[in-house]
Design a protein around this ligand. Sequence first.
Ligand SMILES: *Cc1c(COP(=O)(O)O)cnc(C)c1O
Length: 423
Amino acid sequence: MTLPLSHPALSATDPELAALVGAEEQLQADTLRLIPSENYVSQAVLEASGTVLQNKYSEGYAGRRYYEGQQNIDQVERLATDRAKALFGVDHANVQPYSGSPANLAVYLAFAEPGDTVMGMALPMGGHLTHGWGVSATGKWFRGVQYGVRHDTGLIDFDEVRDLALKERPKLIFCGGTALPRTIDFAAFAEIARESGAVLVADVAHIAGLIAGGAHPSPVPHADVVSTTTHKTLRGPRGAMLMSREEHAKAIDKAVFPGLQGGPHNQTTAAIAVALHEAAQPSFRDYAHAVVDNAKALAEALLARGFDLVSGGTDNHLILMDLTPKDVPGKVAAKALDRAGIVVNYNTVPYDPRKPFDPSGVRIGTPSLTSRGLATEHMPAVAGWIDRGVTAARTGDEDELAAIRAEVADLMAAFPAPGLPTD
Ligand SMILES: *Cc1c(COP(=O)(O)O)cnc(C)c1O
């Protein structure tokens, strides 16, 4: 199905760029997008992020700005913060961080000094770069100590986390990550943070939408600070939020501005407000639960086809597959699946003997396909395509990959994507 042309002003001014946007729209329409950190935002979120709010400078916070002319901007930011507080049940929300990584850096600035010890999950175990990993500023300017998952179960070992925390006495403990297929036990982390005198930061970037929709437990009664992106399961624009109890509100606000950033991106704040409004609707609860139902159904179908899933399955939106038994490296599989119209990312698996740029696994997730309306009855077909694609990756069968691509596009045409042009 060929999408109609859109963006008339852009096409007239810069046809070269407009053609690239059009090609991306076509790609997002035709493919099965399985990257767990991606999604399709609504047309309303797209429109809010493309407004004249773009034109305003607003250093400071609502009612306390360094520039005049904030009559409307202040209300936009208050709407976003009030909606975040109501949706997540928190005392305080800061919606200004430019993205998840700067949001986390602001947490370091608020609670730690350079050289202090911080603790997080190791990147190859499923943690995020900004949780003190060596190549990140957070691992260069702070002393990162890292926990992982058990080799036999693929699950976090809380005795190990407690021993490490009591030995190292970190200022900050991060929980959450980018490749964790299981429910995060925020209460267990909170107890360890209390025992060791650390500030607990729940980084729920991946699962914020599941939390908002009641499909994953909330960190809010347990964590001192909740950090999240707004563009993953929460289905908003690319941005981030920091939420906390009242006692930490000042420290967090000061760290974001003037500590780390200048003017907030007001068009993004507006789109965050829209996404939070959407996430407060009953239909978003259905969405969040459908994301998890789809992931579980996909995991079952993959297990039935002999795939090896880290931790044996999933509780959330994400599946991490170790392709070692299939005799295909993760990168080779990911690139072949991409040619078959199935977009995934190659990923390290815990205790991966291969290198991070050429690891053993692929990571897949269901937020995007659920936004298009695919349901559990479609998951056996998705698993079938993945299975055929991985086999074709091993045998180098390009005809098979092309055949899968056509079948995928055929199904996706019946499920129009939010935010993409239609006739
Ligand atoms: C995605 C993610 C981030 C970083 O977000 P960016 O917007 O890419 O900077 C931080 N933490 C976790 C756990 C994430 O999954």
